[in-house]
Design a protein around this ligand. Structure first.
Ligand code: IMP
Ligand code: MG
Length: 175
């Protein structure tokens, strides 16, 4: 299969600048409430997490959760399951979920439900990308990097069938 050609939608430089702004906002909001327990959703959020965590001045703890809802295609299977759980307790902590993209909202709705049962002090969400046109479940995203149209994007952690995650820019796959 010939790989589709990626077209840059958001450049690495635009992402870097936006993450500086998000980090400053997070630092203001969590002032005096350190450490923040960052919970990054594997695998797509790994690049965003590493840049966001280093741009923040607020001390943070890092943990990961694996959630699968997509299989290998471009649309959600609708079925969500935890494939890797947290290593640490979040009880009493200020949790910041770090997600690559909010699409239908199904994944985050499920995740918030799971994490709330563990009695964190608070839960907020940082998502690099938001595709509001595709929303099936309402989700309140506290920190959004970029709102994008309904196009399938790859790069900067995001994949199509596990490819393209290490592209530095966020790209649209041309058919
Ligand atoms: P949701 O449950 O539909 O909100 O899906 C969220 C997950 O689907 C994200 O964490 C991504 O892993 C994946 N996803 C949604 N849209 C895209 C896209 O345009 N490119 C790559 N992955 C996507
Ligand atoms: Mg994801």
């Amino acid at each position: 299969m010939a790989p589709a050609k990626p077209r840059v939608l958001i450049s690495a430089e635009q992402i870097r600048a936006r993450i500086e702004e998000l980090a400053a906002q997070i630092d203001r909001d969590y002032d005096g409430r350190a450490p923040v327990q960052m919970v990054a959703i594997l695998k797509g959020a790994f690049v965003f997490l590493s840049d966001l965590a280093r741009a923040m001045k607020t001390p943070a703890r890092i943990d990961f959760m694996g959630i699968s809802s997509y299989g290998r295609g471009k649309t959600s299977s609708g079925e969500v399951k935890v494939t890797k759980d947290l290593d640490t307790s979040i009880e009493g902590l200020d949790v910041l979920i770090v997600e690559d993209i909010v699409d239908s909202g199904v994944t985050l709705t499920y995740l918030i439900h799971v994490l709330e049962q563990r009695k964190p002090r608070s839960i907020r969400i940082a998502a690099l990308l938001d595709k509001p046109e595709r929303r099936l479940r309402p989700v309140c995203v506290d920190y959004v990097g970029f709102t994008i149209p309904d196009e399938f994007v790859v790069g900067y952690g995001l994949d199509y069938a596990e490819d393209y995650r290490n592209l530095p820019d966020i790209c649209v796959l041309e058919a």
